[in-house]
Every structure is written in structure tokens, then in C-alpha cells.
Ligand binder design. Structure first.
Ligand SMILES: O=C(O)[C@H]1CC[C@H](C(=O)N2CC[C@@]3(S(=O)(=O)c4ccc(F)cc4)c4ccc(OCc5c(F)cccc5Cl)cc4CC[C@@H]23)CC1
Length: 275
């Protein structure tokens, strides 16, 4: 019987069982549940990544991508990042305490953090040896994205993936990192900051204990600064504005509504989640 866990011996009458306060969730249970949520909402799954022989695109395939019209390539990437963000929303909903926050705060945390989690997750599909990422089934280097017309943003995304994959994080470490990116009490416009700070605190303790158990305390000092993720996301927003200036009449309808809501909100709508 571990401290705090209800003893399930047959001699224990229901009244005692029921009178016992809720079992406090020891931190390793918390990191295990975050890992399960991460595994259930990542794509491809870890076992698929191991099994998969990562094939690079051929020269012909690369030049076919490079001769795509800008709008077409933007729409492809916007669709893929939106699918990834939808999985991050599912991940967030499975985080202990997230759904108990007000819907306003859930939206504030997701608007600020979902893209950052996608960029953290990208390192799972990144091959540091060839500096390429799994894109539509094969390995793509930054040159494949040339027709997007935002080479600096693409370069920064690859640099970030390169630096994070150099840390060789485990799935558990990526899961805890992603949870901490989302449950960040420092995000602006939160209504119940102390409540988010409590959830963040539990995750922080669980992450540190995980690192101690696996003798990976050194990881904390080597993680990319949070400012790098923030800078990447604002670089992306700048590029969306530039793209919209090039294509007057707002983002074409072919862009996913969630993408438009997150990255090109219509000013008439007012801030999402408060409508
Ligand atoms: O779900 C999972 O587990 C994973 C599945 C795979 C996911 C993944 O790696 N990704 C989801 C899609 C993709 S990508 O593979 O299309 C890609 C795109 C550009 C790159 F330089 C590198 C990769 C992506 C798409 C758009 C984007 O920024 C927004 C954006 C637009 F929207 C439109 C134009 C330009 C830009 Cl920059 C950034 C990224 C980075 C993450 C990449 C990561 C999560």
C-alpha cells in the first residue's frame, strides 16, 4: 500500500473506501497520462516512425513542388498544419484539468500554444542526418518549400527542428514539453491565471521528477529558449500577412477555417472565443 493510495484489501468496507479522500495523483501517474495523450494524438505514431524507411523525394519530385503556384503550396502547408493543430487540440483536451478551465482560457492557451506544440512535434518527423522532414510520405529538405516564398521562415523552422532533434528527446520528454508549452500561465489575456499556474506547477514537478528518474536533468539547460518558439510563430504570422497582401480578398476559401481563425482572424469577428 503506497501512502495516499486507498487500500483495496477485501476487509475494507465500502464506507471506508468511499470516505477516503481522492487518491492524490503521484507525479509519475501524471507524466504517464500525458505520455498516453501524446501517443494517442501524434501522427505518425512512434512505432510507425521506427518501422518506416524514410525515402527522400527525387529531384523530379522536388522540382515539381518548386514549380507549384505559391497559393497552392501555401494551401497544402496550411491544410497539413491545421490537421496537426487539430491533433494538438485533442492532446490538450486529454490533459488533466484542461477541460475544467473556462472555454475562454482553453481558447487563449490553444491560440497561443498549438502552433508551438506542432513545431515541437515536428522533430519526431525530422531526420537530422539529411536535415529533412517527413512531408506527404517522403523526406523533404527546405529547398522543397521554395515556392512558399518565405525562405527565412522555412530556414528558421528547419533550424528549430534541427536543434530540438539534436537533444534526442524521448516520447515522454516531448509529451511533457508539449504539455508545458500549452499549460503556460504566462500567456496574455488569461482570466484565471492562478488556476493555469497550478496545472503548470503539477506538470513542472512531474517533468523534473521524470528527468531525475531517467538521469536527464541536463536536458533542461539545453532546451531551446521559449522565445525561439514565440519568434517562429510571429515570423509565421508576418508571412501570412505578406501572403494576404499578395492575394487581396483575404485567404482563399480553400484555406481551412481553423487556420483562418488562428492566423488570419477576420477583424469583424472580434477575438475568437469571446464571441
Ligand atoms: O501531428 C503530428 O504528430 C506531427 C505531424 C507532422 C507535423 C509537421 O511536421 N508539420 C505540420 C505541417 C508542417 S509541413 O510539413 O507542411 C512544413 C512546412 C514548412 C516547413 F518549412 C517545414 C515543414 C508545417 C506546415 C506549416 C507551417 O507553418 C505555417 C505555414 C503555412 F501554414 C503556410 C505556408 C508557410 C508556412 Cl511556414 C509549419 C509547419 C511545420 C510543421 C510541419 C508536426 C506534427
Amino acid at each position: 500500500e503506497t501512502a495516499g493510495r486507498v487500500s483495496l484489501s477485501p476487509l475494507c468496507p465500502l464506507s471506508v473506501l468511499l470516505s477516503h479522500r481522492v487518491t492524490r495523483v503521484p507525479s509519475e501517474l501524471l507524466s504517464q497520462s500525458v505520455l498516453l495523450s501524446h501517443r494517442a494524438t501524434c501522427h505518425p505514431r512512434a512505432e510507425e516512425l521506427q518501422g518506416q524507411r524514410w525515402v527522400p523525394f527525387s529531384r523530379e519530385e522536388i522540382s515539381a513542388f518548386q514549380s507549384q503556384p505559391m497559393a497552392e503550396m501555401w494551401q497544402r502547408c496550411a491544410r497539413r498544419v491545421t490537421e496537426a493543430i487539430e491533433r494538438v487540440v485533442e492532446f490538450a483536451k486529454r490533459l488533466r484539468g484542461f477541460l475544467q478551465l473556462s472555454q475562454h482560457d482553453q481558447i487563449v492557451l490553444l491560440k497561443a500554444g498549438a502552433m508551438e506544440v506542432v513545431l515541437v512535434r515536428m522533430c519526431r518527423a525530422f531526420d537530422a542526418a539529411t536535415r529533412s522532414v517527413l512531408f506527404e510520405g517522403k523526406l523533404a529538405g527546405p529547398e522543397l518549400f521554395r515556392s512558399l516564398g518565405c525562405p527565412e521562415l522555412v530556414a528558421s523552422i528547419f533550424d528549430f527542428a534541427q536543434s530540438l532533434s539534436a537533444l534526442r528527446c524521448s516520447e515522454s520528454e516531448l509529451a511533457m514539453l508539449s504539455a508545458l508549452v500549452l499549460l503556460n500561465a504566462g500567456r496574455p489575456c488569461l482570466q484565471d491565471r492562478p488556476r493555469v499556474a497550478r496545472l503548470q506547477g503539477h506538470l513542472d514537478v512531474a517533468f523534473r521528477l521524470l528527468l531525475r528518474r531517467t538521469r536527464r536533468e541536463g536536458l533542461l539547460a539545453r532546451l531551446p529558449a521559449p522565445g525561439r518558439l514565440r519568434a517562429l510563430c510571429s515570423q509565421h504570422l508576418e508571412q501570412v500577412q505578406a501572403f494576404r497582401r499578395l492575394h487581396p480578398g483575404g485567404l482563399p476559401a480553400a484555406f481551412p477555417p481553423l487556420y483562418r481563425e488562428l492566423f488570419a482572424p477576420d477583424p469583424a469577428d472580434g477575438p475568437a472565443g469571446t464571441r
